[in-house]
Design a protein around this ligand. Structure first.
Ligand SMILES: [Zn+2]
Ligand SMILES: [Zn+2]
Length: 435
């Protein structure tokens, strides 16, 4: 058994993984690999709410010092944390037929962790999980030792892990018996190599939080097995996304930024030299942003949900999602049990006042006659709002004109208030981003 290699996730893969977590850095970001790795680490920490669950950031966690998780209380529901956005966005893969996209690596890790919690409920005692790469035969072996209670809502799964290369599935039970004298049960899942690497990244991240004084006795795996833990993990909050998406560095060299294109304020540079270098490629975007006619519009909540709200009042069925699916905006998980639905608050804001971003504008599918509302959202769906002809007749006409015979267009926008955006309908982006 070889020791876990340091994760080998490359730059492009990190960008895809982050994108799958809704952390969208400019695709042309010149940030170096070390900075991107750091950002991925922060994202993995935030997705587990590590700084909320454990008060300090030091190496002070002793997994078995917490009381055992109440065995009467199933683990799976606590680990099955999701968000409204996710409920509409479930993708299943048959990995033997189709390779999942790197963008889905994080989501798939979430579901593997959820499966581990279900396995624990079923097994009721320690077991092995084998996360195997179907192509290279490399496997991530996880031994689940015990489950503890950090607080009433936070279980901690204490585990050991290692990477094993080159065995056939049938060989593993023999392998474990031989080397570990163990008759423990084993569950098998197929994962890609990237998913293994991302899982390793998460496990080694948590491992670094374990106290150096932690010396548990009686381990299922031998000393080559690394100790770590899992806590419930979910999507990032809107605040995390905003924080982690900011600062892509200089558009040319990735260094810290010091100046902004004064004409369009949409792109940042480390200084004049890089700005000059970038002008040939930036000028089209710059001119389209700087010269268009900008409408300031007030957008509306989902009209359907609003009607529901009026009909049901505060007795809205708990199965109704929020009017704007603010993805990942719950910092607790209260909303999933029925609270916090249909609230009237503004969408969370991830944009700076002077920041330009593309929105997608769609007319309802099947609107045979002249539509009366359009659906507007950004790439990460950090907000989803409606432009109503009744409220904004002039802007609505401009949007219809820009739409022509299309059902959707992309346009530049800026956020100026909780429900107010400035949108430029008469200048199309140089090329459609296709999301
Ligand atoms: Zn630069
Ligand atoms: Zn510019």
């Amino acid at each position: 058994m070889s020791s876990p290699k340091s994760p080998a996730i490359n730059r492009e893969q990190i960008l895809w993984i982050l994108k799958g977590m809704n952390v969208e850095l400019s695709p042309d970001t010149k940030l170096g690999i070390d900075k991107l790795e750091h950002r991925l680490q922060k994202a993995l920490g935030a997705a587990q709410r590590l700084s909320t669950v454990f008060s300090k950031t030091e190496r002070d966690i002793k997994p078995t010092s917490y009381p055992f998780w109440n065995t009467q209380k199933p683990l799976a529901p606590v680990f099955r944390r999701t968000t409204w956005g996710k409920l509409f966005d479930v993708r299943n893969f048959d990995i033997m037929r189709e390779m999942p996209h790197p963008k889905d690596a994080f989501d798939r890790i979430l579901s593997h962790i959820q499966s581990l919690s279900e396995d624990w409920d079923r097994e009721g005692h320690d077991f092995f999980a084998l996360l195997k790469d179907p192509i290279s035969k490399r496997a991530l072996v996880i031994k689940v030792f015990s489950v503890h209670q950090v607080d009433a809502k936070t279980p901690l799964i204490f585990i050991g892990y290692d990477i094993v290369e080159g065995l056939e599935v049938a060989d593993y039970s023999v392998y474990f018996k031989e080397f570990l004298g163990s008759g423990d049960s084993m569950v098998l899942s197929f994962v890609t190599r990237l998913e293994q690497d991302l899982f390793l990244e998460l496990l080694s991240r948590n491992r670094r939080r374990i106290s150096p004084d932690f010396r548990p006795h009686k381990m299922g795996l031998d000393k080559r097995c690394k100790l770590s833990f899992l806590v419930p993990i979910t999507g990032l909050t809107q605040m995390d996304i905003a924080h982690l998406s900011k600062n892509s560095g200089c558009a040319v060299c990735g260094r810290n930024t010091a100046s902004t294109c004064a004409a369009c304020i949409s792109v940042q540079y480390c200084g004049k030299e890089c700005q000059r270098k970038d002008w040939t490629s930036h000028k089209h975007l710059c001119r389209s942003i700087a010269s268009g006619k900008w409408y300031t519009v007030t957008l509306d909540r989902n009209p359907v949900a609003q009607i529901m709200h009026e009909v049901f009042g505060s007795n809205i069925p708990s199965s109704m999602p929020k009017w704007n699916i603010n993805r990942f905006d719950s910092t607790t998980d209260e909303g999933l049990d029925g609270g916090d639905l249909m609230d009237a608050s503004a969408p969370p804001n991830k944009y700076d006042e002077d920041e330009h971003f593309l929105v997608k504008i769609q007319v309802p599918i099947g609107s045979a006659r002249k539509p009366r509302s359009m659906f507007i959202y950004d790439r990460q769906r950090s907000f989803e709002m409606h432009l109503l002809s009744e409220r904004e007749p002039e802007a609505f006409e401009a949007a219809l004109g820009a739409m022509g015979n299309n059902l959707k267009i992309y346009r530049w926008a800026r956020r100026v208030g909780d429900f107010q955006w400035k949108i430029c309908f008469d200048r199309a982006p140089e090329r459609d981003p296709l999301w």
